[in-house]
Design a protein around this ligand. Structure first.
Ligand SMILES: NC(=O)c1ccc[n+]([C@@H]2O[C@H](COP(=O)([O-])OP(=O)(O)OC[C@H]3O[C@@H](n4cnc5c(N)ncnc54)[C@H](OP(=O)(O)O)[C@@H]3O)[C@@H](O)[C@H]2O)c1
Length: 216
């Protein structure tokens, strides 16, 4: 059993991670500004409300965890600030010897081995570019971090998102820095299966100080 804190544990990716981790018997704490509606709260999970800009509360949550997973999104008041927040999380977690996982985006994945990133292609949607660039910067910072920080970064399939929740199948592929697509050229993963892969990474670390992707 691990003590897992999920920053943004009420969002799309975060709530799936909270659900998957609690179902596998972990001690889970979700942190977000707003508590979930009672019907949406996961049994057994603890919900703490506050703002990630409050470093005292944030540091306390890191101290009481074995693994901190960020499911924050660089939108709203976190647009342009997520890199800074996660830089603090990484620095504090390294000193506290707490593992850090970050859910980022598909945009920083390469289209082929050694190729350009999805976000650098002309087809990449302009509406998601700033978000993809910011999460790509978070990955850059993690890769540049001192070796005492134990981190992993997850890039979901490019079709991942709350618009396509899908279902839990338990059957998916893991990859590295290159986007994974199926035989029809589709790159998809449900919220539940992404969360399953993340909880399994926490239970059995296979991507220490590296990025992995999850897709069908
Ligand atoms: N296909 C793709 O590549 C793809 C698609 C979707 C998402 N993503 C990535 O997945 C990650 C998660 O995205 P998501 O769509 O799951 O996000 P989301 O649904 O918007 O959830 C964000 C979470 O962060 C919390 N939050 C926001 N501001 C906060 C603050 N100041 N302090 C504390 N908590 C705060 C929110 O709750 P409150 O508002 O109550 O605080 C919520 O729980 C991001 O890195 C995103 O880029 C990638």
């Amino acid at each position: 059993m691990a003590r897992i804190t999920v920053l943004g544990g009420t969002g799309y990716a975060g709530s799936n991670i909270v659900k998957a981790a609690a179902a596998r018997g972990h001690q889970v704490t979700s942190f977000s500004r707003t508590a979930p509606a009672p019907a949406d709260a996961v049994a057994g999970a603890t919900y703490v409300t506050g703002n990630v800009f409050d470093e005292v509360t944030l540091d306390g949550l890191i101290d009481s965890a074995d693994v901190v997973v960020s499911a924050l999104a660089p939108r709203g008041e976190l647009a342009g600030k997520t890199r800074e927040v996660l830089s603090h999380v990484a620095e504090y977690a390294a000193a506290a010897k707490v593992r850090v996982g970050v859910v980022g985006g598909a945009g920083s994945l390469q289209i082929s081995p050694g190729g350009i990133r999805l976000l650098d292609t002309r087809q990449f949607p302009a509406a998601f570019k700033a978000e993809a660039v910011e999460m790509g910067s978070v990955l850059y910072d993690l890769r540049a971090s001192d070796a005492d920080l134990d981190w992993f970064f997850v890039s979901p399939a490019s079709g991942f998102g709350s618009h396509a929740p899908g279902v839990a199948t338990g059957v998916y592929r893991l990859g590295g820095d290159v986007v994974l697509s199926d035989d029809n050229g589709k790159s998809e993963i449900s919220g539940a299966d992404l969360a399953d892969a993340i909880v399994k990474e926490i239970e059995t670390p296979a991507h220490v100080r590296s990025r992995f992707t999850v897709a069908y």
